[in-house]
Write a protein that binds this ligand. Structure first.
Ligand SMILES: Cc1ncc(COP(=O)(O)O)c(C=O)c1O
Length: 381
């Protein structure tokens, strides 16, 4: 996430404690929601794969770049998301580009309606298709409906593109409503659920599972670089769609990924799939932090369904203005706690304080955070 004032270099593994610019901090930031990036099994898998297969295959998937690790991870992804097939891409950033292009080639839409709070990669991917891109206000159904009425010519089909879980504010896209609206025009939906996969839904399949919206009209792209403790983009779905992506330019035009990243992804997927306690701990910590903050009178935007809302490990809030939030941020830093003050997309012009709790945080660490935040607020008056 962008930091508007000072640059911090992370000089340790990520975890609940990190070293930034030579100083140790209790860490409530980032996106490693289960802290799997530092899990010994994930690190071992990456090391073993490098020793066995080297750094990478030095060729693209169009030639001899498909390795046993790639075949394995793609099978695992299809099984994890319960889809016909899945594909692993060089980065999550490229997922939207590859996915939107494939859906265009399949002739499934003529106009893209883009939630304007969506990630940069989706905006760029949408523009790259050459189709008209109509932005609508963040999670605003009325605006979407009005824009569809205005911009769809007779017989044209829409594609609604949105993040699933918005990473800055921790809000959810109302995917069910999008689906109802899109179906009226025989359209499709593209969800970039980089932050929702792994952590939301009974099986960890993300926002659409949590909202109970399985549909063959919803297409999913995401990443292994957050909850799964690894790196690389992912798209899961129907066989014909995945086939289009495999034969598309993103896959055939880039070197196949580093073996360490793929092996880490396989292990991360296994850990998340097998260990239900990870999600339980995360949800538990999310509720605990949320209650602590609400108790102090700090509120953030609510998502659509309260039961899900409580389980989201991102709690962002604005307090007065940018300069006050910087003061709070600096107070926390002085006390050895790092959380983000960010102006990343979705944060608004003054920015927000973004607090992230993970499954690895201990209750006592969460209490230390809320107590210190209370002192920071008191110090303002
Ligand atoms: C919503 C969203 N989509 C895509 C990406 C890009 O994923 P990656 O970093 O794995 O390339 C990010 C951020 O990293 C993101 O927040």
């Amino acid at each position: 996430m962008a930091h508007p004032s000072k640059h911090y270099t992370m000089e340790s593994r990520t975890g609940t404690k990190v070293v930034l610019n030579g100083k140790s901090y209790l860490y409530f930031a980032g996106t490693s929601y289960f802290q799997l990036h530092s899990h010994p099994d994930v690190i071992k898998a990456a090391n073993d794969a490098t020793l066995l297969y080297g750094i990478g295959s030095a060729t693209t998937r169009a030639l001899t770049g498909t390795t046993p690790l790639l075949e394995k991870i793609e099978q695992k992804l299809a099984s994890y998301f319960n889809t016909e097939d899945a594909v692993y891409l060089p980065s999550g950033y490229l997922s939207s580009l590859a996915g939107l292009k494939a859906l265009d080639e399949m002739g499934l839409y003529q106009v893209i309606f883009l939630d304007e709070g969506s990630h940069y990669s989706m905006e760029e991917g949408a523009t790259a298709t050459g189709k008209p891109v109509i932005p609508f206000r963040n999670r605003d159904l009325d605006d979407l409906e009005a824009k569809m009425k205005k911009h769809l010519a007779k017989g044209q089909r829409p594609l609604v593109a949105s993040d699933g879980l918005f990473p800055v504010m921790g809000t959810l896209a109302p995917v069910r409503d999008y689906l109802d609206m899109t179906l009226k025009y025989d359209g499709v939906i593209w969800v970039d659920d980089a932050h929702g996969v792994g952590i939301l839904g009974v099986h960890g399949r993300g926002t659409c599972e949590a909202l109970g919206t399985p549909s063959n009209r919803i297409y999913l792209g995401a990443t292994l670089s957050k909850a799964f403790g690894a790196y690389g983009g992912i798209i899961a779905g129907r066989r014909d769609f995945i086939h289009k992506i495999r034969s598309g330019s993103v896959m055939t035009g880039s070197s196949s990924p580093m073996n360490a990243a793929v092996a880490a992804g396989i292990k991360g997927l296994e850990l998340v799939q097998e260990s239900h306690s990870l999600r339980k701990k995360l949800w538990d910590n999310a509720r605990y932090l949320r209650e602590g903050l609400l108790h102090m009178g700090i509120k953030n935007e609510v998502a659509f369904i309260p039961e899900i809302h409580g389980t989201i490990p991102i709690f962002s809030f604005a307090h007065r203005d940018a300069s006050t939030m910087k003061k709070i941020h600096n107070f926390l830093i002085k006390q050895g706690i790092y959380t983000q003050y960010t102006s990343y997309k979705g944060a608004g012009s003054e920015g927000v304080l973004r607090v992230v709790v993970t499954s690895s945080h201990k209750k006592v660490e969460i209490v230390r955070f809320t107590h210190t935040l209370k002192e920071a607020l008191r110090s303002l008056s």
